[in-house]
Design a protein. Structure first.
Length: 472
């Protein structure tokens, strides 16, 4: 049942749901209040009627005990009934043999003695009941003995009645009024609910209109911190933050696409240019071999570029699954140093590796990050320079690996951009030293995958220091 109600509500707009809920609760509140009022009024009228007849019985008892004369009874039974025409009060006194001693005029035609409940000697309190005659009038009937302490031949039966048709009509009219109130309340609550819901949804409508104007070419627009309601202010803030991320990603994607086109254009133009020169006239086998070797070198560069781009794309989309293990970082770094020893000897570069530390990381990615940093250090280090690798295990059991060279260094204005893809510090540097421009970007992505950090310090002509911090 709850699933059906839930599905029923999901078909409606928020305005419709709020209207239905508001109308339902308002109608329920009106219904409960009116039912309570109806019960209270009905109960009070009935209590008053019963109390009225009991009082009349007590009056007749007092008259019989103190002044057992027909004059006193006539004043109470005959004249009292006439005086109270609007209450339509009737009274009758019957002796022990069943003969009527005195009664209100015309009572015999309307209410015969047999209609009244018969009082019982073991129950001296008044007995009552309600009847309705053929003309539609309702009467409350009550019977009691004249003597509540003892019963003898002189004990009489008192019969009193009250025409409650007027009260019945009041209750009936009030019930009809309640129905009209409920119907009117239901309609009014529905109309007011629609108005309130629409007014309440206006801020959301304004947000929707604002977001409709945001396109891929207009990502700089924001919903802003207007006087939104508290709930929508949180939504607007979250939406603006999402737009900031989208704009940043979109700009990076656009720049990335432009950088890819630029980086691929150069080697492809080289391949095409060399092929056109080689085909312009007959060449010797040595010339063709040289062209093929050059093309192979450019092809390897393109392959390395594509592989690096694929790695960065997978890293951004969290498609790389880390296989973390704990290992000795110094042993792995010494293997990498041994591999690059021949390249370092060409520039007479000296490696120094101090310290020792264990690290918890993906071994393949760890090696790739260290390889990129050492390779860069060799590329940009001066002749007869040195590359230091310092390892340290901190007090919180994290691992710090710092790679320091005394190379050409990086100007301070480039430090914040050095990890951007394809970023080149200057044209002369880019032309003199070939590379994909993705090495440091890959290192940064590897550190982010490990929830680690990377820090860089550099000075022109003094060298560069890059510190990797792997968490415990």
């Amino acid at each position: 049942m709850s699933i059906k109600i839930k599905n029923f509500f999901t078909r409606y707009s928020i305005t419709g749901r709020l209207t239905i809920l508001y109308t339902t609760f308002t109608f329920a509140l009106l219904l409960i209040v009116n039912i309570i009022l109806f019960k209270v009024i009905t109960s009070n009228l009935e209590k008053e009627d019963y109390q009225f007849l009991r009082n009349k019985i007590n009056v007749i008892r007092v008259i019989l005990q103190r002044d057992n004369t027909r004059k006193g009874l006539a004043e109470e039974i005959i004249w009292e009934g006439y005086a109270l025409q609007f209450t339509r009060y009737f009274a009758r006194l019957i002796d022990s043999k069943g003969n009527i001693i005195i009664e209100t005029p015309h009572m015999a035609k309307l209410l015969k003695p047999s209609l009244f409940p018969a009082p019982q000697k073991n129950k001296p309190d008044e007995l009552s009941k309600k009847i309705k005659n053929n003309s539609g009038q309702t009467y409350l009937l009550m019977s009691a003995y004249s003597d509540v302490n003892k019963w003898n031949k002189s004990t009489k039966v008192i019969q009193v009645a009250l025409d409650t048709t007027y009260e019945e009509n009041i209750i009936k009219n009030y019930g009809e009024i309640i129905i009209f109130i409920l119907i009117g309340g239901l309609i009014s609550a529905g109309l007011i609910g629609v108005y309130i819901a629409k007014k309440g949804m206006e801020p959301l409508k304004n947000i929707t209109e604002t977001t409709e104007n945001i396109t891929s070419s207009r990502l700089n627009q924001r919903i802003g911190s207007m006087n939104w309601p508290k709930e929508l202010a949180i939504l607007a803030k979250a939406f603006d933050e999402m737009l900031n991320r989208l704009e940043d990603s979109f700009n990076r994607l656009s720049q990335f696409s432009a950088d890819i086109a630029h980086e691929l254009r150069t080697p492809i133009n080289n391949l095409m240019g060399e092929a056109e020169v080689a085909l312009s006239k007959e060449r010797s086998a040595a010339d063709y071999k040289r062209v093929l070797e050059s093309n192979l070198e450019e092809g390897q560069r393109i392959s390395a570029l594509i592989e690096s781009l694929l790695f960065l794309a997978r890293a951004e989309n969290s498609e790389i699954k880390l296989e973390k293990t704990e290992f000795n970082a110094k042993i792995e770094i010494e293997k990498i140093i041994e591999f690059y020893q021949s390249s370092a000897e060409e520039k007479n570069i000296k490696f120094i590796c101090n310290g020792n530390a264990n690290v918890t990381a993906d071994t393949v990615l760890f090696n790739r990050a260290i390889i990129n940093l050492i390779s860069n250090s060799i590329k940009y280090c001066k002749e007869n320079g040195e590359v230091k690798i310092l390892l340290k295990q901190t007090e919180n059991n994290s691992t710090e690996i710092e790679i320091i060279d005394n190379g050409i260094g990086i100007a301070s204005e480039h430090i914040s951009k050095i990890f951007d893809r394809f970023y080149q510090v200057d044209v002369s540097r880019a032309n003199s030293i070939k590379g994909t421009g993705l090495g440091l970007s890959i290192v940064k992505s590897i550190m982010e995958l490990h929830n680690g950090t990377i820090d860089i310090h550099s000075q022109i002509n003094k060298g560069t220091s890059i510190k990797l911090i792997f968490p415990a």
